[in-house]
Design a protein around this ligand. Structure first.
Ligand code: ACO
Length: 174
């Protein structure tokens, strides 16, 4: 994802975390301009703010003649969900959910997705088995199986996928 301005001026770190404080701070104008240009694939900046989602952006600062490119993004947020455990019992939970995950088409299968996902896990101090996944694509399911051995999902009646281990240490009262 290339932009007609220098990505490195907006984002100094390899991974940047954008959240509800998107508009706050010294770089707000530039960040809003950037967010406006990511129109189709991700939620708008205002939705990011109102829903308290977090967006992790991975850049490669060397590409595009040194102006940098955004390699991909990962959007997460807490959601209150009604889930079924292995026995079919209803459980109310509010896990961190993966809502959107994308690596630029020409850069997929180069390890960027793993780098970004691992960054988020460390940032959140979380194991992937404790998260829920909103309509994961076949590529994402393959990614979760390969890197985190998440293969056995527990059937749900909504669009979210959770895996064996999610319900460990949770009681029906939760
Ligand atoms: N076909 C099948 N599996 C794939 C593919 C593909 N085209 N691309 C990546 N994977 C999986 C495989 O397990 C692959 O391992 P393999 O090459 O040994 O088979 C593994 O991911 C590679 O790991 P990374 O290189 O770290 O992953 P990548 O940088 O490609 O990021 C991602 C993974 C985000 C799923 C990326 O492929 C992508 O953006 N795909 C298109 C969009 C998409 O499907 N996003 C998820 C939507 S669901 C949601 O957001 C909740």
């Amino acid at each position: 994802m290339e932009f007609p301005f220098d990505i490195n001026h907006l984002f100094s770190e390899r991974v940047t975390v954008l959240d509800q404080n998107l508009a706050a701070g010294r770089k707000s104008v530039g960040r809003e301009k950037f967010a406006q240009q990511l129109t189709a694939p991700i939620t708008s900046a205002s939705k990011l703010q109102s829903n308290r989602h977090q967006l992790y952006l991975l850049k490669d600062g060397e590409r595009n003649g040194g102006r940098g490119v955004i390699v991909g993004f990962l959007k997460v947020g807490y959601k209150k969900l009604f889930l079924l455990d292995q026995r079919g019992a209803h459980i109310e939970a509010e896990p961190l959910c993966v809502l959107d995950f994308y690596i630029a088409d020409n850069l997929q299968r180069h390890g960027y997705g793993l780098e970004l996902f691992d960054f988020m896990l460390q940032h959140k101090h979380l194991e992937p088995v404790l998260m829920a996944y909103d309509r994961p694509s076949p590529k994402f399911l393959s990614f979760l199986s390969k890197h985190y051995c998440l293969t056995e999902s527990v059937p749900q009646v909504n669009n979210f996928v959770v895996f064996d281990g999610f319900f460990l240490n949770r009681s029906a009262a939760q």
